[in-house]
Design a protein around this ligand. Structure first.
Ligand code: ARG
Length: 269
């Protein structure tokens, strides 16, 4: 029903919230680390039970955000565009990801010139790259990605600091097509909203409550859509379109400003 995917994840062994680089992060709020680990392991095991492969990065004790593996690179057609983080707190993650790719047989690797936070700000459809900018990734990372991957980039302007990465505001539901997404319009500038409406007339349009529950921070294999279970308004629209939504609780990782998608990098061959 869905072809097996290959994902890269990083266990939250050293996860904590000691700095704040997005509005969700409050260092005063305690994190239940054992619970974070359990929630993360459930997600990993769920992917495996669906037939997907999950590779694991070795977590670095000095990089508490490393659990958000989606930000470490963008991999399409076996080509790897490394990340370059906007905040110094996360800079070391880019190095760890590049090392992993070099050690795992990837040969087409680019160390980026411009700031980009990997799949945090890039989403992949059958023929395009959708690319966010405004809070993290530099607008200059868009032409850099287009040149490297040879795929047209659609640049989208993010305007709400709560939805600081594209993957908090938009999700591609079927990457064998160019028209299957869900998104939260208010996260985008008026012009970008118009672009999205034009490109995706049949999109699932997601409201404030489900976006705030990180419902767009979902991973689809083209059939199963793994998403935060608190995004209750998305289950029915997904089912109506033939997808099988699967609710996941990553409540502890939400305290760092990420959920299902942030924890999951896809290795596209
Ligand atoms: N604390 C991390 C940051 O602010 C969370 C990253 C979430 N990842 C994502 N793909 N949106 O950078």
């Amino acid at each position: 029903m869905s072809a097996p995917r290959r994902y890269l994840m990083c266990p939250p062994t050293h996860f904590r919230v000691t700095y704040s680089i997005n509005p969700w992060m409050d260092p005063a709020k305690p994190v239940d680390l054992p619970l974070a680990v359990t929630q993360w392991e459930r997600l990993r095991d769920l992917y495996r039970s669906l037939g997907h492969t999950v590779e694991e990065l070795v977590p670095d004790p000095d990089l508490p955000d490393m659990v958000y593996a989606a930000n470490g690179a963008l991999v399409v057609d076996g080509r790897v565009l490394g990340a370059r983080f906007a905040h110094p707190e996360r800079a070391g993650e880019a190095v760890a990801h590049l090392e992993w790719y070099r050690a795992h047989g990837f040969t087409e690797i680019r160390e980026p010139e411009h700031i980009n936070e990997g799949e945090g700000d890039f989403a992949v459809t059958a023929s395009w790259l959708l690319a966010g900018r405004g809070f993290r990734s530099s607008p200059l990372s868009h032409p850099e990605a287009q040149e490297f991957f040879g795929r047209p980039v659609v640049g989208l302007d993010l305007v709400d600091p709560r939805f600081y990465h594209l993957d908090t505001a938009l999700c591609v539901l079927d990457d064998s097509r160019d028209d299957a997404v869900m998104y939260h319009p208010a996260a985008f500038s008026p012009g970008s909203r118009a672009v999205l409406a034009r490109l995706f007339p049949d999109a699932i349009v997601v409201g404030e409550a489900d976006a705030r529950a990180f419902g767009l921070n979902a991973v689809s294999d083209g059939h199963h859509v793994l998403l935060p279970q608190a995004a209750v308004g998305l289950f029915e629209p997904l089912r109506e379109r033939g997808y099988e939504p699967i609710g996941v609780d990553l409540g502890e990782l939400l305290k760092g400003g990420g959920s299902v998608k942030c924890c999951t990098a896809e290795l596209r061959s």
